[in-house]
Design a protein around this ligand. Structure first.
Ligand code: FMN
Length: 199
């Protein structure tokens, strides 16, 4: 069955604004399209950080891996398989200290595997997780979209394209710390967009 993978990365779990928007959209899309919905909370259940041992394990041929290396690779394989099985990715993306949550960076570090999620060619790297659509619900206290301080959008687009996901739509809710009126307006606009996209 086609599956939606919803990734939450807010420190505040289900009550984070990004998680709420992502859940609203993913739930509505699952209902309107009959897709199964899988939710992974990277803040509540963070994946391990990249280490020299892990990177070495990734680069060691399967037949030569030690038991420890097999364990490291299995953790990454499970995350990749989960994403590979989904045809829609829904990402809740809060801005923390001008960047993506560190838990998302750690997750991305498990996904970038030469020969598994991308391969090098004479024309440059080619992503292998193709045929997916991603929706990113980006929530920010300030206003950044379209300006030099938005260091998240290009990074997330670049990384997803690198592993083969080039159809990526960003939905922003910004200025959430700029007063009640702005906050309500930004969230209402995002909710309207969700209704349109999930119909
Ligand atoms: C630790 C922390 C750092 C933050 N850093 C920024 C920032 O650099 N720029 C910004 O516009 N908002 C910043 N904010 C505000 C969040 O982006 C905003 O509250 C957003 O709604 C967070 O999404 P969430 O509710 O899903 O966690 C920060 C909030 C926290 C808790």
């Amino acid at each position: 069955m086609p599956t939606i993978l919803q990734l939450n990365t807010s420190l505040f779990g289900d009550s984070g604004q990004s998680s709420r928007l992502a859940a609203g959209f993913a739930g509505a899309l699952a209902k309107s399209t009959g897709r199964e919905l899988k939710v992974r909370d990277l803040a509540a259940n963070p994946v391990s950080h990249l280490t020299a041992e892990r990177v070495t394990a990734f680069g060691t041929p399967a037949s030569e891996r030690t038991l420890d290396q097999q364990r490291h690779v299995a953790e990454s394989d499970a995350l990749i398989d989960e994403l590979r099985e989904a045809d829609v990715l829904v990402l809740g993306l809060p801005m923390y200290n001008f960047g993506v949550p560190s838990t998302l960076k750690a997750y991305f570090d498990h996904l970038a595997r030469a020969g598994v999620t991308f391969r090098y060619t004479a024309e440059g790297p080619v992503g292998l997780l193709t045929g997916k659509k991603a929706y990113v619900f980006a929530t920010r206290g300030g206003q950044h979209a379209g300006t030099a301080t938005d260091l998240q959008t290009d990074y997330v687009r670049l990384f997803l394209r690198f592993i083969g996901i080039s159809d990526v739509e960003f939905i922003y809710a910004e200025g959430l710390a700029l007063g009640e009126q702005q906050r309500e307006r930004a969230l209402a606009t995002a909710v309207e967009t969700i209704s349109r996209l999930a119909a």
